[in-house]
Design a protein around this ligand. Sequence first.
Ligand code: PAF
Length: 251
Amino acid sequence: MKIIRTPNEWQRERQRMGSATVGLVPTMGALHAGHLSLIRKCRSENSITVASIFVNPTQFNNKQDLSAYPRTFEDDCRLLEQEGTDILFSPDYTDMYPDDFRYQIRETELSTRLCGATRPGHFDGVLTVVMKLLTIIGPTRAYFGEKDYQQFLLIKGMAEAFFLPTQIMDCPLVREASGLALSSRNRLLSEADRRKAPKFYQALSSGKPLDEIQQLLESDGFTVDYVEEYDGRVFGAVFLEEVRLIDNVKR
Ligand code: PAF
């Protein structure tokens, strides 16, 4: 796997590839089996698979959350290589934000609901960095997991709104046997919270009315950010100590 650090370096590499189809799997690292399922799907549909690792500061509305975000670059590289990733694009802040975030992409409706209601600016950061990644890499397809289903809908909408040539692909959420959705943040949970965390999925998928799901979660010791229905799915976000978990299930 070749590691590329700057947009210019990528442009030189891209010219050598000719007309090969390129698939992109954008990540913030701390990779788990969910990310690897995206890499496998990408490899099966494109001749070149590019993964990106960039912990994007503009999507963290809380500085503590940004500094606590797990960084496991060496392990990530090993996992990406094992899966047969061709190229890792891993830029630094100044390469991605020569404008220091003066230019931003903003969606004004869905981005203010669900996770956007309590994380102001979060989706501005996500959409802006994804727009930059899509513009730099110019992939035929880009792959996103359904754990972040609101993010997927917003990125798909952005690609349509700006006539981007990249196809935005969604991939099924991957769960542990316990039902807990795989997430980079799971590794921040204490042992006791790790045991409690699967109850989040169990409550969301219980089929109960939303207020009962919320009560169930609170009585199990979760601090509930929201439980809401949108687009035929139940979405939720909860805290265990400082760690924020999100999940969604089809209703
Ligand atoms: O889902 C993520 O890991 C991030 O939000 C993304 C899409 C890589 C943008 O930073």
